[in-house]
Design a protein around this ligand. Structure first.
Ligand code: NAP
Length: 210
């Protein structure tokens, strides 16, 4: 399994990467849009790997119900299992309190130093709110960003404002959303082909989203 040990510094591969992606999200559940986004970013930006970082407590949704991290984490591990360039980090799972991206990037920077290019990959809708992110000005100096969006979404303005740090990627598969998948499960609609079978089976076995 492509799992990063809890103490990140024990991963021998780790320090050799000069350019890698951090895929941040709630992953409730992880779906093929996320996986496709990570793979596209890896290929287009020539990343040595992409590390999926499920967040414990989304800092901007403190009042929203989010599925227990143990399920979201397990689904993420299962989903990335067959891709040797994908890993999962429990860095946010093990850090109590709101999952601020700046804390995560700082922890990765401590391990990799400054000669490594780090790309934080997430949805464009999430990046659109960057002005409200915790310690945003400092965060923007710590890494580059990849905002994934479905085609046709106009992000030109965003690009102008953040052109030194932002990469925009159009991903057709992002028409899929975790919200829709939860709705489909609840309403007894099929989720085959929009999540991997290992994730689908896990959702049904654990009676999630009912
Ligand atoms: P969100 O607001 O729930 O998501 C916004 C949109 O982006 C949704 O359409 C979502 O689709 C999509 N999305 C989310 N993650 C994605 C990914 N990795 N790849 C492609 N699409 C993605 O965003 P969120 O998931 O809560 O947060 C995204 C990341 O930003 C997390 O790592 C979070 O911790 C970080 N963040 C940090 C701060 C902060 O530090 N203050 C504030 C906000 C967000 P799905 O629902 O299908 O995923």
């Amino acid at each position: 399994m492509n799992k990063i040990p809890k103490e990140l510094s024990k991963d021998s591969n780790h320090k050799n990467s000069d350019r890698f992606g951090i895929m941040g999200g709630v992953f409730d559940p992880i779906h093929i849009g996320h996986l496709f986004t990570a793979e596209e970013a890896r290929i287009r930006l020539k990343l040595s790997k992409v590390i999926f970082v499920p967040c414990l407590q989304p800092s901007h949704k403190r009042n929203d119900f989010v599925t227990d991290i143990k399920h979201r984490l397990e689904m993420t591990y299962r989903a990335i299992e067959d891709n040797p360039f994908f890993e999962v980090s429990e860095i946010e799972v093990n850090r109590p309190g709101p999952s601020y991206t700046i804390d995560t990037i700082k922890e990765f920077r401590k391990i990799y130093g400054w000669r490594t290019d780090i790309f934080f990959i997430t949805g464009a809708d999430a990046f659109l709110e960057i002005d409200s992110w915790y310690k945003k000005d400092e965060l923007l100096k710590l890494c580059q960003f990849v905002a994934a969006t479905r085609p046709g979404y106009d992000l030109d303005k965003l690009h102008d404002n953040f052109k030194n740090v932002l990469n925009i990627m159009e991903i057709p598969a992002l028409a899929i959303s975790s919200t829709d998948i939860r709705f489909r499960v609840k309403n007894n609609l099929s989720i085959k082909y929009i999540v991997l079978d290992v994730v689908k089976d896990y959702i049904y076995e654990n009676r999630l989203y009912l």
